[in-house]
Design a protein around this ligand. Structure first.
Ligand code: GDP
Ligand code: MG
Length: 441
């Protein structure tokens, strides 16, 4: 994708902010990328619309292209959608025995995921887990769960021939209660396609089990289909979360976005293989990178933002080397301090500023004081900032009044600037080497 985007982005204008044309051009490509990643069409369309609105007018970091900036915005938004807000990242398994209902189409990975999760709950959270297969259509499926149970050291409900899914669910609850289990997991039967019979059965099971969690297991390799499945199951049964399987395959993860956007339900886990520990909690950042296939660009944009700050610091260094330090420089410094949350850090990074930082601290230069000083500088004229020595008593009074502060505070600020300017002059004469030496102190 990044190659294809490159062409479009080269043609984008390099202005301070993203224009609508910039964004529209880039978003056309993003839309294609989403569809290639198997994001369903309506979800891709909606996402692009939202991000276009968000990105238009956003500031462009100087050392990157507008296109890269758009990608960063897309990436950030993708993570936001995938992650959701304020969702617990653990399963609710309070109030034992807590029922967990596993639903989904046949072959989506329900049985495998049931065993994987049971193992995880046992190993990591020290829970006593009971698993039960409700797949009355296929005796082999019941056997499969029993075998996996043995493999991971988790109990399974003994198989009784001729029972209905509801009867098994009731027995599982009984056994879990009597046996002192923390959790019991119900592995329901699937169908190749959604049909009435399946939904009726799952609903009936839900009604007797009253599950704490209902996890929809979906094949991560399916795109548009996954959305239909999720819509159906959520509408008919109600789901509390999603597990995406086969994310170890070469699918591009678009199903994750579709799922999230359509159901609004959190993606809890991803399946990463057939082995019993091939399951992980969902990582929005990783999936977002995978969907866009452009981790490099995102990293580059983050870097560029850092570079921007370094460039500014370098510009200031050049002025300092010439022994220049007026009110504009001071204001710049003060604002940096505000931004970086603490003056110690920034002053400590500047040649000759270590001592000054200590003095400033001793003088009680805290965040509030910095705010006052910036206000004072703001109420000076351009000329006065460039050359504060010009200030006369009457102007001082008015500047202080303009900032709503005392003249005494303005005088302290002027003294500080003067001291710094003097230091700069001295250091400037000594040359760069001396500046660095001074900085080491
Ligand atoms: P069910 O019909 O929904 O119960 O599906 P199963 O649990 O029986 O899984 C069907 C097949 O998919 C099995 O061969 C599993 O080993 C395989 N499978 C399940 N989850 C994953 C996964 O995350 N990655 C891979 N590669 N295979 C998986
Ligand atoms: Mg199964």
């Amino acid at each position: 994708l990044s190659d294809r985007l490159g062409g479009v982005f080269d043609r984008l204008t390099k202005q301070g902010a993203l224009s609508e044309d910039d964004v529209t051009a880039a978003m056309r490509e993003v839309r294609v990328a989403l569809l290639e990643a198997d994001v369903s069409l309506p979800v891709a369309r909606e996402f692009v619309k939202k991000v276009t609105q968000k990105a238009t007018g956003a500031a462009v970091t100087k050392s990157i292209t507008p296109g890269q900036q758009v990608v960063k915005i897309v990436h950030d938004e993708l993570i936001k959608v995938l992650q959701g807000e304020g969702e617990p990242d653990v399963l609710r398994i309070d109030n034992p025995p807590a029922p967990i209902l596993m639903v989904g189409l046949q072959g989506s990975g329900k049985t495998t995921t049931t065993a994987k999760l049971a193992k995880r709950l046992k190993d990591r959270e020290k829970k006593r887990v009971l698993m039960a297969s409700l797949d009355t259509n296929r005796p082999a499926a019941m056997e499969q769960l029993a075998i996996l149970g043995q493999q991971v050291g988790v109990d399974t409900l003994p198989i009784v021939k001729g029972e209905t899914a509801v009867q098994i669910a009731k027995r599982a609850k009984q056994q879990a209660t009597l046996g002192g289990y923390d959790v019991y997991m119900l592995d329901t039967a699937g169908r190749l396609h959604i049909d009435e019979v399946l939904m009726d059965e799952v609903q009936a099971v839900r009604d007797v089990a009253n599950p704490r969690e209902t996890l929809l297991v979906v094949d991560g390799l399916t795109g548009q289909d996954a959305v239909n499945v999720a819509t159906e199951f959520d509408g008919k049964v109600g789901i509390s979360g999603v597990v995406l399987t086969r994310m170890d395959g070469d699918g591009r993860g678009g199903a994750a976005l579709s799922m999230r956007a359509v159901t609004g339900k959190p993606i809890r886990f991803v399946g990463l293989g057939e082995k019993m520990d091939a399951i992980e909690t969902f990582d929005a950042q990783r999936i977002a990178g995978r969907i866009l296939g452009m981790g490099d660009i995102v990293a580059l944009v983050e870097k560029a933002q850092e570079v921007l700050e370094v460039e500014q610091a370098e510009r200031m260094m050049k002025r300092f080397q010439k022994g220049l330090f007026n009110m504009n420089d001071l204001k710049n410094q003060l604002e940096q301090m505000q931004k970086m949350g603490g003056m110690q850090s920034i002053m400590g990074m500047m040649p000759g500023m270590n001592k000054m930082a200590k003095q400033a601290k001793a003088a009680g230069l805290d965040d509030k004081a910095i705010g006052h000083q910036v206000a004072l500088i703001n109420s000076m004229t351009k000329k006065e900032r460039a050359n504060p020595d010009l200030l006369q008593a009457s102007r001082k009074k008015r500047i202080a009044a303009g900032a709503g502060l005392d003249v005494a505070e303005l005088n302290r600020l002027l003294k500080m600037q003067k001291q710094m300017a003097d230091t700069m002059k001295k250091l400037g004469k000594m040359g760069k080497g001396a500046m660095l030496k001074q900085a080491m102190r």
